[in-house]
Design a protein around this ligand. Structure first.
Ligand code: GRG
Length: 292
């Protein structure tokens, strides 16, 4: 993961050059948030699953960088005063704290649009039909029927807009959209790029779906148990906002058990692969055992 993190950081820096022209400030804000580190879990999943199908590492890294731009945009916007209103992200002041609110909105917009420009460019894949499929899948994952929709549901629940049932099924769906869809994209981009068989693609799809949910449940546990220093963001926000989470519904031990079950299930979906998928098996365990 450390190797991928360094490589994706370099690729992001290449893909987000800061010009010497008047609009420089927005690109500096984009670089500030995109190059601030983070676990780079999604790029890791994308590059490791692409390697299963012998996709060019440079092409996989390019699509991984685009995905990380979208993930970073979501964090920049989520931290805004109109949403989660947070001061700390990836161990540094949030984008709107470091720059200002309007610049942070524009930086998020810039990252989102640049991501699609990068995926549509031949550097991401030589076959235009593959690029088109990647763009469509990424748009679906990030859009109103994916991450944006999940964020909407989350805000509605938090602000009491509309009567939403607060049970495990509803919370699961919200997280599958909000967090799960980008993680799922990270797991299916490789088979798309490598023109994998439907069976292998379906295996990674199922792996990504279970892993995404396991990741979110672990995130709920960490919000309850983690420190600001380890997490690089403010913990305890769910409880402070009186949010229903997997922890409030299942208890800490119940949530941990559910995350482990999903992680085991995710590993089970990889049985069509041999030892070449061992890193993906290990990441499923890491996702539920991590402390940040
Ligand atoms: C604003 C459209 C829009 C969407 C925001 C992802 C998201 C949707 C908000 C983030 C809120 C949050 C803390 C969700 C919990 C799970 C999550 C996505 C955590 C952050 O991802 P990590 O842990 O972050 O992979 P790093 O910094 O390591 O990349």
């Amino acid at each position: 993961m450390a190797e991928t993190s360094a490589a994706v950081g370099e690729r992001l820096s290449e893909l987000l050059p800061a010009p010497d022209t008047a609009e420089r400030r927005v690109i500096e804000a984009m670089r500030y948030s995109a190059l601030a580190g983070g676990k780079r879990l999604r790029p890791f999943l994308l590059t490791r699953s692409a390697a299963l199908f012998h996709v060019s590492p440079r092409a996989a890294l390019t699509v991984a960088a685009a995905l990380e731009m979208i993930h970073t945009y979501s964090l920049v916007h989520d931290d805004l005063p109109a949403m989660d209103d947070d001061d700390l992200r990836r161990g540094r002041p949030t984008c709107h704290r470091q720059f200002d609110e309007a610049t942070a909105i524009l930086a998020g917009d810039g990252l989102l649009t640049r991501a699609f420009e990068v995926v549509a460019d031949p550097a991401s894949h030589t076959d235009p039909s593959v690029r088109c499929e990647l763009v469509r899948e990424l748009a679906e994952a990030a859009g109103a029927r994916g991450m944006v929709g999940g964020q909407m549901i989350d805000l509605m629940v938090e602000r009491g807009i509309g009567a939403q049932p607060q049970d495990v099924a509803a919370i699961t769906r919200m997280h599958q959209l909000k967090t799960g869809r980008l993680i799922l994209f990270a797991c299916i981009a490789g088979p798309i790029m490598g023109k994998a068989s439907p069976k292998m693609r379906a295996s990674l799809h199922a792996y990504g779906r279970d892993l995404g949910l396991a990741f979110q449940i672990a995130d709920d546990v960490l919000d309850e148990t983690g420190s600001a220093q380890d997490l690089g963001k403010t913990p305890g926000k769910d409880a402070a906002h009186g949010k229903t989470t997997f922890v409030t519904l299942l208890g800490l031990d119940g949530a941990r058990d559910r995350a482990r079950l999903l992680s085991d299930q995710a590993v089970g979906h990889l049985e069509v692969f041999g030892p070449e998928a061992d890193m993906l098996r290990a990441v499923a365990r890491y996702v539920v055992e991590r402390d940040r």
